[in-house]
Design a protein around this ligand. Structure first.
Ligand SMILES: [Zn+2]
Length: 409
């Protein structure tokens, strides 16, 4: 028997409320987040007690403020969870060393919640009518029925089949979204015949050892343009400029996300089709490793790479494709043919010429082949992972443990 654990993914739908419904949603989010700010103050004053104790100090007043029993519990849990993840981040050093400006700032005051911040809804406060594409949702002014939502046909299919647990209500730029959690079953990880190495970079977002190359030219050009616009807006500093900035930042991350979805899909589909595993580089050092001239440096967002790796991992898990993470050190200077390592092997951004055996190759292609063979070695050795500290990488490392040691019952 094969034991497959579900992969958690989120699916977002856009709400299309009537003006009256929108006003109720807005009022509700504002109210619960004000309440969360207050609970957060209490938690902070009392040294962040456990959830049940925090409930003792805040539950009655939340009910007096007109929050239902469920919602009051959710507010308290949301606040406690926020402190838990803040502490995890502090421990992991994600907010800098002890005494650093950023860290002191985060530690010295209660966590605050924006009026539009996400709020969790469970099945008692939110129900879905998939056929009608509506939801029925609790608000401060009573339950709203028949609130329409919009999403892609694929997202709808996923919701119907796999939605489970809580969904978050969130407001962005005046638009309401529900972010639902779906638990998609994972396929059994097969024994790979070989590995596809994936080299990540700026000029080429991803190059595979099988010859696929996703060029970053359009994205980089777009980012450069956006950067100029951003500088202009920041200089202006007005309220509307700030709003535009926010909007623009989201647009840019949406665009990177679309590209990452496409690239990861191509890679995973190819691995699945050819019975291969995927070998990815550990991303901990990408900022240090990729040295660039200044105008390019601004185009480098390590989160975009981490996201691409995340997408590859979860699509691979769904397809039962093995993924391993390997140390990328010197992968750009090592020859995939003879293994000779030399700084001078890499002649330019694009060109690789081996000083040892004389082979000439595209530099990214060579690196991806080096990664592919390292992936094969890692798989064969079945070595246990070392877990890096930052969050996206930790997520990937965890997945690697799972994928490199397939669980069978
Ligand atoms: Zn060589």
């Amino acid at each position: 028997m094969i034991w497959s654990r579900p992969v958690k993914v989120v699916t977002q739908v856009k709400l299309v409320p009537t003006p009256v419904q929108a006003a109720a949603l807005k009022h509700t989010l504002r109210t619960v987040n004000e309440a969360a700010c207050w609970v957060s103050d209490v938690a902070f004053e009392r040294g962040v007690p456990r959830e049940y104790e925090l409930r003792r100090h805040t539950y009655a007043e939340l009910r007096e403020r007109g929050l239902g029993a469920q919602v009051a519990q959710h507010v308290i849990k949301k606040v406690r969870d926020a402190y838990t993840s803040l502490h995890a981040n502090l421990r992991a050093g994600n907010l800098g060393k002890k005494g650093s400006k950023r860290r002191v700032k985060a530690e010295s005051k209660p966590i605050a919640f924006r009026p539009q911040a996400a709020h969790p809804y469970d099945d008692r406060c939110l129900s879905w009518q998939y056929d009608a594409q509506t939801v029925s949702i609790w608000t401060m002014t009573g339950r709203l029925k028949g609130v329409r939502f919009a999403c892609s046909p694929n997202a709808l299919k996923q919701l119907i089949a796999y939605r489970k647990g809580e969904s978050d209500l969130v407001e962005r730029d005046g638009v309401f979204y529900l972010v639902a959690t779906c638990e998609v079953p994972e396929a059994e990880t097969g024994e790979p015949d070989a590995f596809i190495g994936v080299d990540l970079g700026i000029v080429n977002i991803a190059t595979t050892s099988t010859g696929h190359r996703a060029a970053g030219r359009n994205l980089n050009r777009y980012r450069k343009r956006q950067l100029a616009l951003r500088a202009k807006l920041q200089k202006k500093g007005t309220k509307s400029a700030k709003r535009l900035l926010r909007k623009q930042r989201r647009k840019e991350s949406r665009r990177a996300k679309d590209i990452n979805h496409c690239v990861s899909k191509t890679i995973v589909t190819e691995a699945e089709r050819t019975g291969r595993g995927i070998s990815l580089e550990e991303l901990t050092g990408i900022r240090e490793r990729v040295r660039l001239r200044k105008p390019q440096r601004v185009a480098l967002h390590s989160w975009a790479f981490a996201q691409l790796a995340d997408f590859i991992v979860y699509k691979a898990r769904r397809a039962g494709v093995a993924v391993v993470f390997v140390d990328p050190a010197y992968s750009s200077k090592e020859c995939a043919e003879c293994g000779h390592v030399d700084r001078l092997n890499r002649i330019s951004q694009a060109l690789f010429t081996c000083r040892g055996c004389g082979v000439v190759a595209h530099a990214d292609r060579n690196a991806s082949r080096v990664l592919a063979s390292r992936g094969q070695n890692a798989w064969d050795a079945g070595r246990t992972s070392h877990v890096p500290a930052t969050s996206p990488v930790r997520l990937m490392a965890k997945t690697r443990q799972i994928t490199s040691q397939p669980v069978r019952l």
